[in-house]
Design a protein around this ligand. Structure first.
Ligand SMILES: Cc1ncc(C[n+]2csc(CCOP(=O)(O)OP(=O)(O)O)c2C)c(N)n1
Ligand code: SF4
Length: 258
């Protein structure tokens, strides 16, 4: 007998196998998200929004009310749903291109307004769906379709530290973390805490997941995991960046102006 696939209850089995490339990180992030939704018993009241980019392939992924939005606009769409129906749990899912370039103004404004939604962003260091162009997260020296000699920070800037940026503008009730598909237990834990933060109505919640795009990276499985664990995790540090109620160091020390 074939082993049965271990799918979260909140997944839609009839839309599997999914449409991502073999080895893609999106499926791993979405499995952690599905397990987090299952374990918190949220399937009946969660709305899922996905962006344009490879994340849109998740439009039929879950047994949840789902909406697919214009590129970079998933955050305001989910904000609107949450404001209209505060009892729902609203999750916006996007890539680093959608969240950190075309949708950056939406992400940062939602964080500054402390919208009570959860944003989950898969960082695979490039624009995957359109063929692997430079993204705000492309690492120094990394070759992409538009940086064939490797990213030069002098010419194109340094990789954006999204969670650190969000944490800097979000309110005291916000939850912000960065996980990795190389540590699914930790990633699922961060996603659960983000959802719990929304359940408590505490503030904005944001989880960046370091993800993989072996197709555009042009890497085999071994090279893919090495790139995530050494290159990506070396630059983008995983962990919790902002936890509700945490007393800021400068406040303890008497503040900037003392
Ligand atoms: C308004 C708008 N601008 C540009 C595009 C073209 N476009 C489609 S997907 C994409 C990049 C997606 O990259 P990312 O958000 O990082 O997601 P990934 O595909 O890597 O998961 C772009 C620029 C679009 N569809 N709509
Ligand atoms: S192109 Fe990359 S991000 Fe898109 S489905 Fe394939 S592996 Fe995943």
């Amino acid at each position: 007998m074939f082993p049965q696939p271990d799918m979260p209850q909140s997944w839609r089995a009839e839309t599997k196998p999914h449409k991502f490339c073999p080895g893609c990180g999106h499926g791993i992030v979405l499995k952690c998200l599905g397990q987090a939704i299952d374990e918190l018993g949220l399937q009946g009241r969660t709305v899922f929004g996905c962006d344009i980019g490879c994340s849109l392939l998740s439009w039929d992924f879950f047994n949840l009310d789902s909406v697919q939005t214009h590129h970079g606009r998933t955050t305001p769409v989910m904000t609107g749903i949450k404001r209209a129906r505060p009892e729902l749990i609203c999750v916006a899912y996007m890539g680093d291109g959608g969240g950190y370039s075309i949708g950056l103004q939406h992400l940062i404004s939602a964080a500054a307004r402390d919208e009570k939604i959860t944003v989950v962003l898969a960082n695979n260091t490039l624009y995957a769906m359109t063929g692997g162009q430079l993204a705000p997260t492309t690492l120094p020296g990394q070759k992409t379709e538009t940086t064939p000699y490797g990213r030069d920070p002098e010419a194109t800037g340094r990789p954006l530290l999204g969670p650190e940026m969000v944490a800097a503008v979000a309110g005291e009730g916000a939850y912000v973390a960065r996980g990795s598909i190389a540590n699914v237990r930790q990633l699922k834990g961060f996603l659960k805490k983000a959802l719990e933060n929304q359940m408590a109505g505490a503030g904005f919640s944001f989880v960046e997941a370091l993800s993989a795009c072996p197709t555009n990276w042009r890497m085999n499985a071994k090279e893919t995991w090495r790139f995530i664990e050494e290159e990506m995790q070396g630059y983008f540090r995983t962990g919790e960046i902002k936890v509700p109620g945490a007393v800021r160091k400068e406040a303890e020390d008497g503040g900037h102006n003392s």
